[in-house]
Design a protein around this ligand. Structure first.
Ligand code: ATP
Ligand code: MG
Ligand code: FE
Length: 392
């Protein structure tokens, strides 16, 4: 089954064509990051206008890329929440209109389910995918993630630990009580003057600082030990205390212009790092990088340990990562460390499918469509939509 997926929940405009919820025929994303960069975050009014300008060219390009005619498409799917109302409205309206015009079933897709289903995507094998029959229209194929599984959804606005016993079956184990993981990355990057989007910027700054230390043959051990909110006895997260700690540390950093003077970080070897190198600017950069690394380490630590504990408690053999923060190299590595000794498999999407895209929308839609689901064309946007959790 070929599904045309459309994504427009925030500042990415995406269209993709995916066969049987897995095989990529085309995936086109127009990103507005450069436009929002100068504001330090997404401006909703600007985002929806950009969505409007991008949506039709993006869909046309996807059809061309897939060498696909409209007659080949069997369903149209678009994100209807959560996200920015104005942005969502663009993709949803275009999706419903196309479905009506082409007399195709329409599916509204939950953006968070889509992030999860990015884990089912893979490159199409060379065979002619468009003509072979629907024998492969199966809910379970070799290479798919195996249920039951734990999924850690960590994106710009969400941080949730979820147990999935089957397709589209979600049990909420824990969620953030304040900031989402991606939001924390973005805010801390702003505090450190590293720019937007924060996740990739923090990852890069941390890596460069650690490389610098290695080159100087200094211990790579990070002097900044940042607080972790464990919230023991729950699978909930809290990242706002960490953010505040970063704020205080960054203020201390600005105040410290004298080489050799220890920072008020509580760390041990700070003074050694402050005297490193000759030039103040580079010193400052290494400091900021180490702060970024300390922050990243703290957030990754909590996410990885809690995910491992959930995986053990629910006896799963597989853990999935989903959402923009799943792109984080430190998180992937740290989780691998936690899970591999237990024989639990970790899976995450390739980086371009961690952040917003339409291929994941088409994938999620397929598994709903397998049960014959479709939406009426009066479906409206739901900016605050959550995952459809089962009550237990
Ligand atoms: P949601 O999916 O919750 O509605 P969103 O769509 O804005 O929010 P995503 O596109 O899933 O969020 O992810 C964007 C977030 O991922 C941003 O907060 C960004 O900083 C973060 N992110 C992207 N790459 C990385 C990375 N390498 N490390 C850490 N965070 C990252
Ligand atoms: Mg985005
Ligand atoms: Fe997202």
């Amino acid at each position: 089954m070929l599904v045309l997926g459309i994504e427009s929940s925030c500042d990415e405009t995406g269209a993709a064509i995916v066969k049987d919820g897995r095989y990529l025929l085309a995936n086109v994303v127009a990103s507005q990051t450069e436009i929002h960069e100068r504001y330090g975050g997404v401006v909703p009014e600007v985002a929806s206008r950009q969505q409007l300008a991008a949506i039709l060219p993006v869909i046309e390009t996807a059809l061309q890329q897939a060498h696909c005619r409209w007659e080949d498409i069997e369903a149209v799917a678009a994100t209807y929440g959560p996200g920015l109302a104005g942005s969502l409205l663009v993709g949803l309206t275009v999706g419903k209109t196309l479905a009506l015009a082409r007399d195709l079933p329409f599916l509204g897709v939950n953006h968070l389910e889509a992030h999860i289903y990015a884990n089912w995507l893979r490159q199409a094998p060379d065979t002619d995918l468009q003509t072979d029959a629907s024998e492969t229209e199966s809910a379970y194929l070799p290479g798919d993630p195996l249920f039951p599984l734990i999924c850690l959804v960590v994106s710009g606005a969400h941080s949730e630990l979820v147990l999935m016993r089957d397709h589209t079956d979600y049990l909420l184990l824990g969620r953030t009580r304040d900031d989402a993981a991606g939001e924390a990355f973005d805010k801390v990057a702003r505090i450190l003057g590293l720019g937007y989007p924060g996740g990739p910027a923090i990852q890069r700054a941390a890596r460069l600082a650690e490389e610098e230390l290695r080159q100087q043959r200094l211990p790579v051990r990070n002097p900044y030990r940042l607080p972790r909110a464990w919230l023991r006895g729950t699978y909930d997260f809290s990242f706002s205390g960490l953010k505040t700690a970063m704020l205080h540390l960054a203020e201390g950093l600005v105040a410290d212009q004298q080489p050799g003077r220890p920072l008020p970080s509580g760390g041990r070897q700070v003074s050694r790092y402050t005297t490193m190198g000759s030039e103040a600017a580079r010193r400052g950069q290494v400091h900021i990088g180490l702060l970024a690394a300390g922050f990243q380490e703290a957030i990754v630590d909590v996410l990885a340990v809690k995910t491992r504990m959930a995986a053990q408690e629910y006896h799963v053999r597989q853990v999935l990562l989903a959402g923009g923060v799943a792109a984080n190299v430190a998180l992937r590595a740290r989780l691998e460390e936690e899970l591999t000794p237990l024989g639990i498999r970790l899976q995450y999407p390739p980086i371009e499918f961690c952040t917003d895209n339409a291929a994941m929308v088409a994938a999620a839609a397929f598994f709903h469509r397998l049960h014959g689901e479709q939406h009426d064309l009066d479906l409206d946007v739901e900016p605050n939509l959550s995952l459809p959790f089962r009550q237990e």
